[in-house]
Structures are given as structure tokens and as C-alpha cells.
Design a protein around this ligand. Structure first.
Ligand code: SAH
Length: 378
């Protein structure tokens, strides 16, 4: 049975014909010389990122069709003409059958991140395709691949506009406003993948004292401010705290219900006993490689333990993991261990994931990276 997984690992390759350079298009054959797939070659553990399992030429028309189908899919989700939301992920790499390519749309500005040299080589073509497909809904295309192109490739990608030009923009998500600065921000500027989980949060914050740990742009705080009595945002980056304050002000003006703290999460969580009714834990990916998986799981356990043991009785915790190497099962086990260490009664109210504009390719389980739980602590 063909499994259609979009990666071919170097260990599975018997012989390489010719001398492909990183980013070249290569065809893959089985032992009996039957064609399997075509894709981008790269030295390293993932040797080929597959573009197609049919014998096609991945030329500009090929990419046009794939990006158009990614756009049509977002249209069908109601994301492209939504008066409440003008920020969404337009291309989600393997999830959209375009391994190595991320495109986020921020109210007219498309921010691209290429994770492979093969995709990077096509960046100007991608900008042209976006112009054609989005028409007057596109102001600018910014390439932010400097930090994502494999370091060993020797390519020095410079972040730059490939079309138009724009300073930071204000986007709207579920009716809330956010400033997005792709140049100085993390990743492409905003964590779009939490949109639906933030909406769910809004259903639990009424009259609550809320603690938003790892707040970054303060997006969870902005949703909570709608009806909470108090919202505290914590982040170890002062730039992030500045952004969170700016976004709260953008939506609520000067509002004394909000306070932000530039602090380390583990320090801050030492003394929060009985202070909060609702805590959000959305840490950065602890585990970037398999070998530190155990440390990551330990990190989730410690973090969740601190929150579970100190939250007010009847409290709610929104807890997340965005590490690709941490499976949903492993994450749950860490939270279980955290709960068991406190001895408190804990219920799981919701199991969260990523929204449909971050689709999971069924043949590529690794594309399911965002896991979350809503807990009720008695
Ligand atoms: N919840 C955010 C995304 C969080 S990204 C959203 O909805 O957009 C993770 C954030 O954690 C980053 O802003 C980073 O600065 C912060 N961070 C990383 N390590 C930290 C630590 N030890 N203590 C506090 N914040 C930390």
C-alpha cells in the first residue's frame, strides 16, 4: 500500500544518480524502477520533500494550481471575505501539499516563509501568483525566509518585499484588532493558529481573574478583556510586553483591568496561590529535536503542576503545546502527571487543536502540531 508520506528520509535511499544540488527537482523510483514521486532534493535527514506522486513537471503552472486550490479552500471556510476576520494562513506547507512553504495573509499583506531551498528558488514566482490570484486584495508580499532557510545550504536569504511595500498593519480577528509587525515579530508576526482557541476562551472569561502566561501579542488577553474583571499578561520579552499593551489599548483604550509583567514564567508562577480563576499556558516549543523530548515533557509537567496546584477552586486552565515532536498522547501524559502530583480533581472540558486554515495532511501526521486542553480544577 502506498502511504503518500511527503518526506523521503536519506536512510531509505539506495542510490542517488547524478549529483543533485540542494533545491533541485528529483524523481524517486522504487527497486523495480517504478516511478514513486517527484520533489525537492536536500542533503540531510529528510532527503526529498515530495511535491507530487504523479509524473509532473513542478513548473510555475503547477504551483499556480496548488496555491489557487489553497486559496479556494480558505474561501470555502469563509475566511477570505469575512467582515470579522482578515487574517488567515493561506498556505500551510505539507497540509496544502506544498512542503516547505508557509504564506500568512495579514489584511492585504502576504508574508511568506520558505523552509527549503527548492521553495526559496521560486519566491518571485510565488509573489507573481499571489498578485494574480488576490488582485486588489493584495498590497504587498514580504519574504521572511532569513531565519528559516536551512543554515547549511549556504544561501544567505535576506528578508525583503517581493511586491509592494507596507509598514505594520492592523488586522481584525473575530472582531478584535491587532497590530502585526512581520519585520520585528516572531515567525511571520502573529500566531494565527490560536484563533479558534482564543474564541473558546472568550466563553469562559466572564467575571474571571485571568492570567495569560507567555502572552506575546496579548491576543488571549484581548479576548479575555471583553468580559473579565482582571487580566494579567506575562512574557519574558519586553518587546512582547510592549505589543500586548499596544493591542489591549487598541481595543479597550486605557483600561486598568489589564496589567502586564515582564518576567520569567517559572519565576512568576512561584507565587500565584489562589489569585486567579483562569490561567492560559501557551509556551514556545520546548522541544525542537527528539533528543530533548524528555526535557520538554518535564517542562510541560512542571509548568502545568504550578498552575494546577495554585489555581482557585473551580478554576479553568487553557494549556497548550506547539512542539511538533510532542504527540497529543505525550502531552496529555505530562498534564496527567502534573495533576497527579497535586492530587486535585481535574476534568478535561475540551481538547483543542489547530484551525482548518492550518490543515493536517492525513499522510503527514507531523502537521498536527498544536495540542491543547481545557481543564476544570475542583
Ligand atoms: N500565546 C501567544 C503566543 C505565545 S509565543 C499568542 O496567542 O499569540 C511564546 C511566548 O513565550 C513568546 O512571546 C516568548 O517571548 C515567551 N517566552 C518564552 N520563554 C519564556 C519564559 N521562560 N517565561 C515567560 N515567557 C517566555
Amino acid at each position: 500500500m502506498q502511504r503518500y508520506h511527503p518526506w523521503i528520509f536519506s536512510g531509505a535511499i539506495k542510490k542517488i544518480y547524478g549529483n543533485p544540488a540542494e533545491g533541485d527537482i528529483v524523481d524517486v523510483y522504487d527497486n523495480k524502477d517504478n516511478f514513486i514521486a517527484t520533489g525537492h532534493y536536500q542533503p540531510g535527514s529528510i532527503a526529498v520533500r515530495i511535491l507530487s506522486f504523479s509524473e509532473v513537471e513542478p513548473d510555475i503552472d503547477f504551483y499556480w494550481v496548488r496555491i489557487k486550490s489553497a486559496l479556494k479552500y480558505r474561501e470555502s471556510l469563509g475566511l477570505t471575505a469575512n467582515p470579522q476576520t482578515n487574517v488567515f494562513r493561506l498556505v500551510h506547507a505539507e497540509g496544502d501539499n506544498l512542503p516547505g512553504l508557509i504564506i500568512d495573509y495579514y489584511n492585504g499583506v502576504a508574508v511568506m516563509q520558505m523552509h527549503s531551498v527548492g521553495m526559496y528558488r521560486m519566491r518571485k514566482e510565488f509573489a507573481g501568483i499571489l498578485k494574480e490570484l488576490l488582485g486588489d486584495k493584495l498590497i504587498a508580499v514580504y519574504d521572511k525566509s532569513e531565519g528559516t532557510i536551512p543554515y547549511m545550504s549556504g544561501i544567505s536569504a535576506a528578508n525583503e518585499f517581493l511586491y509592494g511595500n507596507s509598514g505594520p498593519v492592523t488586522v481584525m480577528e473575530n472582531g478584535f484588532q491587532f497590530r502585526v509587525d512581520w519585520m520585528s515579530g516572531q515567525k511571520t508576526g502573529f500566531f494565527i493558529d490560536q484563533r479558534e482557541n482564543r474564541k473558546l476562551l472568550g466563553e469562559y472569561t466572564e467575571g474571571k481573574s485571568v492570567l495569560n502566561m507567555f502572552g506575546y501579542t496579548g491576543a488571549f488577553s484581548v479576548y479575555a478583556m471583553k468580559n473579565a474583571v482582571l487580566v494579567h499578561t506575562v512574557d519574558s520579552s519586553s518587546a512582547a510586553i510592549g505589543l500586548a499593551n499596544e493591542n489591549v489599548r487598541l481595543n479597550y483604550g486605557d483600561d486598568s483591568r489589564h496589567k502586564s509583567f515582564n518576567a520569567d514564567a517559572f519565576e512568576f508562577l512561584k507565587d500565584i496561590n489562589n489569585k486567579y480563576d483562569l490561567i492560559i499556558l501557551d509556551p514556545p516549543a520546548f522541544a525542537k529535536h527528539d533528543n530533548i523530548l524528555a526535557n520538554a515533557l518535564q517542562g510541560y509537567k512542571r509548568l502545568n503542576m504550578r498552575a494546577i496546584e495554585q489555581i482557585k477552586p473551580g478554576g479553568i486552565i487553557f494549556t497548550f503545546s506547539c512542539s511538533q515532536v510532542v504527540t497529543r498522547e505525550n502531552f496529555k501524559k505530562s498534564v496527567f502527571a502534573a495533576a497527579a502530583n497535586t492530587g486535585r480533581k481535574v476534568k478535561i472540558l475540551h481538547q483543542m487543536s489547530q484551525p482548518p486554515d492550518h490543515p493536517v495532511n492525513i499522510y503527514h501526521p507531523e502537521s498536527e502540531y498544536l495540542k491543547g486542553l481545557v481543564l476544570y480544577i475542583e
